[in-house]
Design a protein around this ligand. Structure first.
Ligand code: 6R9
Length: 647
């Protein structure tokens, strides 16, 4: 087998060295830690335009979960992402849109973006949306999803984007939790040539949400959809009547910008709350330094706007920096597995940012698809969402990047707003599989289970000491849950839920979640959510879901279900349950395997022992461990003998 290099020094990162080198990184990092307020004040002045300066740079008390950055400072996020660029960039491309069908694309200039966003903002106002109101956005990856987000930001409304792959139940619970009065959606979406019925899902969700008075429908396919004159609003017809000017609302840096739901280890998804000033600064600054973004370059992040990566690195960060950002509607494998590379070639993409799961999937079909495209415009590559295995890293570096493009492996979370640990082009060496070093102002720490800080080379729970401007401020509607979930474990520190190893050079290697959160194809999924979907089915009494290693997806979903007394096991029921999860939660959450479990292994206090279920799903029976504390050890024998052995 070919030997894989374990480290690539900075000097080998041929194509990207614009802003920082190792000395400058060390000096800036030192200042960001030793004099944070001076450091962040300088950055906030450099990166953003303010109507009024802040009263204090940071005002943070993690013990009382009170986090403020730049409070008293006034700004508008949409002004910063659009209006201020009009002086010099009105006719520059803000968004390149590439449709699901390769013949479908368009370019939107900053001026056009301004006009669309203003019209959209005026439509929201006409439907009664005011500063502080919440708007749910459930849309395909078309430019209008960006217009909708920026229109909310313009008038001070708080958006809650729900990933277009989620289904009815997920939409309904998110609308109710944030008490949204308005939903923005499309008739249908197109993914890989398939039509997905977005409005049907919204209609079903809204039927149980009496608070929703308007559903704004952006036509995408023109497909036939049910129409309720009382609440449905035809976007194209209405915006045509509205002016392309809308004064931005003056917002406090600490006013909410958006809510984004994310899965945790227990309970319902949490509405992670981000605010205007700190979030935008952090997104813009990381976008510039991590991607070494230079004016005029074409930048493409393949994420969906329904996830935090799409928020920070398709829209807010790049647009704040006046970049050209590519918005892709389709999937990596349609019309064939060369799509990503054809799009890079067609639009002369310079910076390309994607997920390891996509890299593994495209690597598995061989090099020929990559070789057919001219990728000479590529200068820098990035990954996000999960650890990247060294084989996939090398394929990305050698076959896609031709040994000539640095790779930034960016570790961060919905809660962190932007990238916290990464390699930095020109400044930090690349080690395939390692996330790298902390970004400016970020202090990672490793803890053992008893709360002791670990120094030097070691492995433990990854915590972040102190605050940074992009940190979440609360869990929407439940500040106590925010404190309990993230700040109560080791006071003064933010609990990430990930484990990590620090090597002899101070590089961080993320080892994965330490809780019951799965990472399926880079999508974060709570086992609790899939279990709740399964038990909604009338035949299911109880369900337990675990992850197992999956070659392409990173993790696969393995579910154990206990049936109601009156239900009978059958292959049809298994299929039905799988489709049921798809219908309730979304196709991407479908279990790969479901095993009937007459009983689940539980402690005497009734807690499901997931450790044992994980081992059985992984077919790792030698280390099942001690089962004597189980209420009924015999259930394990049954599960082991009926386990599904997979490849
Ligand atoms: C941005 C995003 C967060 C979780 C996080 C971790 C995993 C993300 C990673 C990574 C290893 C990386 N994760 N980036 N693991 N290396 N470069 O993905 O946010 O959807 O909230 O997921 O994803 O486990 O805790 P989110």
């Amino acid at each position: 087998m070919k030997e894989l290099k374990s480290s690539y020094p900075v000097l080998e990162q041929a194509k990207a060295h614009t802003y920082i080198n190792s000395d400058k990184y060390d000096a800036m990092y030192k200042q960001s830690i030793e004099q944070p307020d001076i450091f962040w004040a300088e950055q906030a002045e450099e990166f953003l335009d303010w109507y009024k300066p802040w009263d204090s740079v940071s005002d943070v008390d993690l013990k009382t979960a009170d986090i403020k950055w730049f409070s008293g400072g006034k700004l508008n996020v949409s002004y910063n992402c659009i209006d201020r660029h009009l002086v010099s960039k009105a006719n520059d491309t803000a968004i390149i849109w590439e449709g699901d069908d390769p013949s479908d694309d368009k370019k939107i200039t900053y001026q056009e973006l301004h006009d669309h966003v203003c019209r959209f903002a005026n439509l929201l106002k006409a439907r009664g949306v005011k500063k502080g109101d919440r708007v749910c956005i459930y849309m395909p990856m078309i430019p209008e999803i960006g217009y909708a987000m920026l229109a909310c930001a313009r008038i001070g409304a708080v958006h809650s984007v729900v990933f277009g792959g989620f289904s009815t139940e997920a939409i309904r619970s998110r609308i109710i939790d944030a008490d949204c009065k308005v939903v923005v959606t499309s008739d249908e979406s197109l993914r890989g040539g398939r039509v997905i019925p977005l409005k049907v899902n919204v209609d079903a969700a809204v039927a149980d949400c009496p608070g929703v008075h308007s559903v704004i429908v952006v036509q995408r396919t023109g497909g036939d959809v049910a129409w309720n004159d009382k609440i449905d609003v035809n976007y194209q017809e209405e915006v045509a009547k509205l002016p392309a000017a809308c004064e931005p609302e003056v917002m406090d840096a600490e006013d909410p910008l958006f809510i984004l739901y994310t899965s945790g280890s227990t309970g319902t998804p949490k509405g992670v709350l981000h605010t205007c000033g700190g979030y935008l600064l952090y997104a813009a600054m990381t976008h510039k330094y991590v991607f070494d973004y230079k004016e005029g370059e074409i930048y493409w992040c393949t994420a969906d706007a329904g996830w935090i990566t799409g928020h920070s690195y398709i829209f807010y960060g790049p647009l704040a920096n006046g970049a050209t950002t590519l918005v892709f509607e389709g999937v990596p494998t349609y019309p064939d597995a060369g799509r990503f590379w054809q799009v890079c070639d067609k639009h002369q993409v310079n910076v390309f940012y994607t997920a390891p799961t996509a890299i593994r999937a495209l690597m598995s079909v061989g090099d020929s698809f990559v070789e057919k495209a001219d990728l000479s415009s590529l200068r820098l590559l990035g990954t996000v969402g999960e650890p990247i295995n060294p084989e996939a890293w090398h394929w990305y570096y050698e076959v896609v990047g031709k040994n000539n493009c640095p790779i930034v492996d960016t570790w961060w979370q919905t809660e962190t707003g932007g990238i916290l640990i990464t390699s930095l082009p020109g400044a930090v060496d690349m080690k395939p599989g390692a996330a790298g070093k902390p970004f400016f102002g970020v202090k990672p720490a490793l803890f053992d289970k008893d709360g002791n800080t670990l120094e030097g080379e070691d492995q433990g729970l990854l915590m972040i000491t102190g605050s940074w401007p992009g940190q979440l401020r609360s869990v929407y509607g439940d500040h106590e849950r925010f404190y309990q979930t993230y700040l109560s474990q080791y006071p003064g520190n933010y609990f990430t839920g990930d484990g990590a190893r620090r090597d002899e050079d101070g590089f961080y290697w993320i080892t994965g979640r330490v809780d019951d959160v799965l990472n399926v194809s880079g999508h974060r999924l709570g086992t609790a959510e899939i279990e709740s979907a399964l038990v909604l089915h009338p035949a299911v009494a109880e369900a337990a879901v675990v992850g197992y290693p999956h070659e392409i997806k990173g993790q696969g979903v393995y579910a154990y279900v206990t049936l109601m007394n009156n239900a009978t096991e059958s292959d049809e029921l298994l299929k039905e349950l799988t489709e049921f999860v798809a219908k309730e939660l979304g196709r991407f959450a479908k279990p790969d395997y479901i095993q009937y479990a007459p009983g689940l292994p539980k402690t005497r206090s009734g807690k499901i022992m997931r450790r044992i279920l994980r081992k059985i799903a992984e077919n790792d029976l030698d280390t099942l461990g001690d089962t004597s504390t189980l209420a009924d050890p015999a259930v394990v024998d049954n599960l082991v003998s009926n386990r599904i052995v997979h490849g």
